[in-house]
Design a protein around this ligand. Structure first.
Ligand SMILES: C[S@@+](CC[C@H](N)C(=O)[O-])C[C@H]1O[C@@H](n2cnc3c(N)ncnc32)[C@H](O)[C@@H]1O
Length: 267
């Protein structure tokens, strides 16, 4: 029998095209389903409850009664939307900020978080070194246990030292630039200033810096805290920074680095 090698008639071609399209549509559907299955969204009710219980937010506008993480949602959402490769956190009592930020990195599937805290405690070191510090970060085992509960121990690297010591050795550690920062260590004006300037030195244009406790009016009045005072200095440099304050509960400010040039605030 002689085989027919002629071009298929138009009806066959149309059928082939229709099959091809169907296969494409199915492939797209499958791809989307696979993406959805591999995508993570950590903030389910059980995790939110654990964050409220074990990472113990204080002054972040949280409302445990209705599972509201307050600013914690802002921290997580910022990480999801900005997708920073490197986050730097200075100071945390029980790890609330670190956990919310690190869960964002985990769900983004990229990025690392450096966490600096010398693990001061209010009872051991006194109120001039820390308010709210509970000696939570004394040993690598304690740090690991606290973050492993949320599955972010692989994302977080703890540096048990003061921010001053950390910034002095930043370059030798070969850490990447900071794309998102969180300042919540010592609240003395001189220390907040140093933390901000240290962070800023390792930022880039369009990095973001969060500063917690912008709304602790009485401590600010008694000169026990200088977060708001420092925020006002930053706000005066509209050419360099864009800032928005959320003056609810203890307050948090979000600052965007508009221009990254060497800065001496006294000049
Ligand atoms: C609970 S947190 C934040 C402060 C608190 N929100 C407040 O109202 O003062 C304090 C944490 O900052 C840490 N800390 C204090 N001085 C620091 C410094 N120089 N560098 C880094 N972390 C510091 C303490 O160890 C403590 O764990």
């Amino acid at each position: 029998m002689v085989k027919d090698h002629s071009i298929p008639r138009s009806g066959c071609l149309e059928k082939l095209n229709a099959y091809g399209e169907l296969i494409n549509i199915n492939m797209m559907y499958l791809q989307r389903k696979m993406n959805r299955q591999s995508a993570q969204f950590s903030l389910n009710p059980a995790i939110i409850q654990d964050i409220l219980t074990y990472a113990k937010p204080l002054g972040h506008n949280e409302k445990p009664a209705n599972m509201n993480l307050g600013f914690g949602f802002l921290y997580y959402g910022l990480v999801r939307s900005l997708r920073p490769k490197h986050i730097l956190v200075i100071g945390s009592g029980f790890g609330f900020s670190v956990t919310c930020l690190a869960l964002g990195l985990k769900d983004n599937n990229e990025g690392q978080l450096s966490f600096v805290d010398p693990s001061y405690s209010l009872t051991k070191d006194g109120p001039f070194k820390t308010i709210g510090g509970q000696n939570t970060w004394s040993s690598p085992e304690m740090v690991h246990a606290r973050f492993a509960r949320f599955g972010v121990d692989g994302v977080v690297r703890h540096f048990k030292m003061t921010s001053q010591e950390f910034f002095a050795s930043y370059s030798t550690r070969r850490l990447p630039k900071v794309q998102l920062g969180f300042i919540d260590g010592s609240h003395a004006f001189a220390d907040v200033r140093e933390d901000f300037l240290g962070m800023y030195r390792h930022c880039v244009k369009n990095s973001y810096i969060l500063m917690h406790d912008t709304n602790i009016y009485i401590r600010e009045m008694l000169n026990h805290s200088g977060v708001k005072r420092w925020l006002n200095i930053v706000r005066d440099r509209k050419d360099m920074f864009e800032a928005v304050d959320f003056p609810f509960d203890s307050g948090v400010a979000l600052i965007r680095v508009r221009r990254h040039t060497p800065w001496d605030p006294e000049s």
